[in-house]
Design a protein around this ligand. Structure first.
Ligand SMILES: CC(C)(COP(=O)(O)OP(=O)(O)OC[C@H]1O[C@@H](n2cnc3c(N)ncnc32)[C@H](O)[C@@H]1OP(=O)(O)O)[C@@H](O)C(=O)NCCC(=O)NCCS
Length: 307
């Protein structure tokens, strides 16, 4: 994992790069009579049919004195109409005049052309990658909403098994210092699941949060009577939302539906959250054995649920 210092310098490096990039784009604005801040004020006024100077100031995080000068200038140029607010005598209701709207339309068109120009240097998949990455930056840096993010559970699709293997390898190394032989171990389980898949008696579930894979679990046939739960994992940023519990519930429900008599699983004593979920779901610890693998001294456990 990157150290804090190297993360900080990566972010700063990106900031320098992107402000240069934006600076190049904003040169387009120099062809118009407006500064970057004036353009932002025009944009905001055009988005709202009417608003007050206070609303604009807090939306754009602008100093009120500076904003007043910009608005007075817009009014002088005939871009802005002002009328007294019926609710609050100290406030004026602001709206763009027809020439203000025309000025905005021109600026808006120029700005879109600049971005189109930037995107046209990239291939279609690269454009998608860029937009997705920008959305990720915005999502991660926006204030977190208080409510729990929603998740969906769906069947695996092509490409998902590679994700399952990759996340197992990365997360067990990061969280439990297991070596890369664990990734090979999971890769084998994943490949066997695909190659020997019995659609009637076996199933996989992928959890998604905000359109991104966030968790998984699989159920395979061990014998006619016994099914096995495998590869339960939830990405750290999606933990605590009830995804792990729900994935185990799906597995139990499907095992019952298939007519199995027992659902079994193999886990490790250090996987405390998983053990808690299995216990809550009614699984019983039936075997426990110390072993050395994946570069660690571990205690393997078998948990069973009579169905
Ligand atoms: C196990 C795992 C899938 C749980 O995912 P999750 O989406 O966070 O699970 P949930 O939100 O449904 O529930 C987590 C439960 O574990 C509990 N828990 C969390 N950390 C715990 C800990 N250190 N010790 C005991 N319980 C813990 C939570 O309190 C919660 O229980 P509650 O609902 O009764 O309060 C996730 O932690 C994970 O991927 N761990 C690493 C991989 C792993 O252990 N896989 C199992 C392989 S056998």
């Amino acid at each position: 994992m990157e150290s804090t210092n190297s993360k900080v310098s990566s972010v700063r490096h990106f900031n320098r790069f992107y402000t240069r990039q934006i600076g190049v784009l904003n040169q387009g604005l120099l062809d118009s009579p407006y500064s970057l801040t004036e353009a932002r004020v025009l944009y905001e006024l055009a988005q709202k049919e009417t608003c007050t100077a206070t609303e604009l100031g807090s939306e754009l995080n602008l100093d009120m004195g500076y904003l007043s000068r910009i608005l007075a200038n817009f009014q002088k140029k005939g871009l802005l109409q002002k009328e007294a607010s019926p609710q609050d005598k100290r406030q004026s209701i602001l709206r763009l005049s027809p020439s203000g709207q025309a000025a905005f339309a021109l600026l808006n068109q120029r700005s879109s052309q600049e971005i189109k120009g930037m995107l046209s240097a990239l291939s279609a998949p690269e454009q998608e990658q860029l937009v997705k990455a920008m959305q990720t930056v915005e999502r991660l840096l926006s204030p977190r909403p208080q409510e729990r993010p929603a998740f969906i559970i769906r069947p695996p699709q092509p490409g998902d098994m590679g994700w399952v293997v990759s996340r197992h390898g990365a997360l067990y190394a990061q969280e439990y210092q297991w070596d890369i032989s664990f990734e090979a171990f999971v890769a084998k389980i994943a490949a066997d699941f695909i190659l020997n898949f019995d659609a009637q008696k076996e199933r996989g579930w992928i959890a998604e949060v905000a359109g991104e894979n966030a968790g998984c679990v699989f159920m395979v046939k061990k014998s006619d009577e016994v099914a096995k739960l495998r590869m339960l994992l939830v990405d750290p940023q999606a933990r605590g939302l009830g995804i792990g519990k729900r994935l185990v519930e799906e597995c139990v429900r499907f095992a019952r539906q298939c007519g199995y008599q027992k659902l079994t699983l193999w886990t490790n004593s250090c996987l405390l959250a998983a053990r808690h979920i299995y216990q809550q779901a009614g699984f019983q610890l039936t075997e426990s054995e110390a072993y050395h693998d994946f570069g660690q001294d571990l205690v393997g456990e078998i948990w069973d649920l009579e169905l």
